[in-house]
Write a protein that binds this ligand. Structure first.
Ligand SMILES: [Zn+2]
Length: 303
């Protein structure tokens, strides 16, 4: 394996330099994450620490978790990225990180993340059959709209991180529907709730959870008047069932900016805001973003 051979050679050179300079022998790169046991369907902060003697020679850190690319940035002497653990993941989600050095050599570090089961209640709903199962004639429209949304989510991996401050809730007040709740419509399990619902009178303010670029404003069959914001580094937030959108595609919005009004558009039984958060194709609990501090140092070497 030439790559491994190059790595070993590079390591031998590193060790020789460290010994010559009287430094401690280089340790292998380490991966750490927070929270220590992430829940399925949540965002995490993932970090990498490379040995001090090698940190300056790193030209790129690449990686992947659950099929989604990672976007490492240097934070002091660590490299940080957001990542997501899929809803429904069993314990032992693999993460793979590759460190490319100036001399062209690379090291790959692999770890396995423990995953906590999300405890979410079942919600029994009764609704008109039309609302539960849209008529066949709409299948094409719904499919095309889903593809539009998925495209925005894919592209967020190509946008640089546009935010520096923590995420905030788009509305004050009570959460009326939690993430991950199993929805049983008319006695049949139809779906899991892939967002968080906030109460709100029609016309109440909806604010951008963080800085980003408006990637979609559209009237969609299921989610009604919908705004998607691309925050970059893989992250998208969505605001569904609005009565009115106050922004247009391509607008840069600031954290806390008024972007729309609560409504009851799309497939709903009453006015509320459905707030979505996604890391690429993975929907995650948006409330987990609110407590995420990208720059906080991680704890390495303790498991
Ligand atoms: Zn909802």
């Amino acid at each position: 394996m030439p790559t491994l051979w190059r790595s070993l050679n590079a390591l031998a050179v590193c060790l020789a330099q460290a010994v010559a300079q009287g430094q401690a022998v280089a340790e292998p790169p380490q991966i750490a994450w927070r929270p220590r046991v992430p829940l399925e369907g949540s965002v995490i902060l993932l970090g990498l620490r490379v040995p001090y003697s090698a940190a300056d020679s790193v030209v790129a850190v690449q990686g992947e978790l659950a099929g989604e690319a990672l976007h490492f940035e240097r934070v002091a002497d660590e490299f940080h990225t957001i990542a997501a653990v899929p809803l429904g993941a069993a314990t032992g989600v693999p993460v793979r990180v590759t460190i490319v050095r100036t001399d062209g050599a690379s090291d790959t570090v692999v770890a396995s993340l423990p995953v906590g089961r999300r405890r979410a209640p079942r919600e029994r709903l009764h609704a008109a059959p039309d609302l539960v199962q849209p008529p066949e004639s709409l299948a094409e429209r719904i499919g095309a709209e889903r593809e539009q949304v998925e495209e925005v989510r894919r592209r967020a991996h190509d946008t640089p991180r546009l935010w520096r401050e923590p995420f905030m809730r788009p509305r004050p007040g009570a959460v009326t529907g939690r993430f991950g709740v199993a929805r049983v419509f008319n006695g049949m399990l139809r779906s899991r709730h892939l967002g968080v619902d906030f109460a709100g009178r029609p016309g109440a303010a909806v604010r951008a959870a963080n800085r980003g670029v408006v990637a979609l404003v559209a009237d969609l069959y299921l989610s009604g008047t919908t705004i998607l914001i691309d925050h970059g580094a893989g992250l998208v937030t969505g605001y569904f069932h609005l009565s009115r959108a106050l922004v247009s595609g391509g607008d840069t919005v600031g954290r806390g900016q008024l972007i729309g009004h609560v409504g009851a558009s799309g497939r709903v039984t009453g006015p509320h805001l459905h707030w979505l958060a996604a890391y690429g194709s993975l929907s995650v609990d948006p409330l987990g973003l609110v407590n995420l501090d990208f720059d906080a140092p991680l704890t390495f070497g303790i498991r």
